[in-house]
Design a protein around this ligand. Sequence first.
Ligand SMILES: CC(C)(COP(=O)(O)OP(=O)(O)OC[C@H]1O[C@@H](n2cnc3c(N)ncnc32)[C@H](O)[C@@H]1OP(=O)(O)O)[C@@H](O)C(=O)NCCC(=O)NCCS
Length: 158
Amino acid sequence: MTYQIHPATLTDVPDIQQLNKKLFEHEIASGFDANIDANWSLSEEGKKEISARVSSPESCGFIAKDGDTTIGYLIGRIVEEETGRAESKFAELEHMLIDESYRGQGIGEQLVNNFKAWAKSKGLKLIKVNVSFKNAQAIKFYNKVGLEALDVTLVGNL
Ligand SMILES: CC(C)(COP(=O)(O)OP(=O)(O)OC[C@H]1O[C@@H](n2cnc3c(N)ncnc32)[C@H](O)[C@@H]1OP(=O)(O)O)[C@@H](O)C(=O)NCCC(=O)NCCS
């Protein structure tokens, strides 16, 4: 089966919001992160941020389609970090999801490849993603597409 991947535009924002909601619900139900706000995706704030990401030259979105149905998305942006490292600019993959019944067919990898090509066209050399430490499947996926663990953020209650 072939699926179409293309850059996201403002008309794709409602579909991305729905898929982002699935991502957050998945992360909460799996016990990855109790601090995720499940209401963000469909909120005005969520709509505003996703709309900004697909409109700005400093960020991007890609979607995967099966016919008229959006079955996956990726949102990313350029971030600059004062880390004391030689390269301070990163292409940050912020969030992505492939609808459950379409996983394991290489669609996620194709979205990441599109994001990498976009980042290279912007002159960037490094890609990064923050992923829940307990999300073993996603970490395995990111390893497969060439990302390796570097820093680990530890969080505790005060
Ligand atoms: C992680 C994710 C985006 C990968 O998308 P995908 O289209 O299934 O990825 P691909 O088909 O390109 O690669 C499959 C690889 O991903 C991993 N994987 C993760 N979850 C998987 C699943 N449910 N089914 C199959 N493979 C899965 C495996 O390592 C697999 O590698 P393999 O084929 O060598 O066994 C997708 O599983 C997903 O949407 N997960 C839920 C949301 C999530 O965790 N997002 C990342 C956090 S931002």
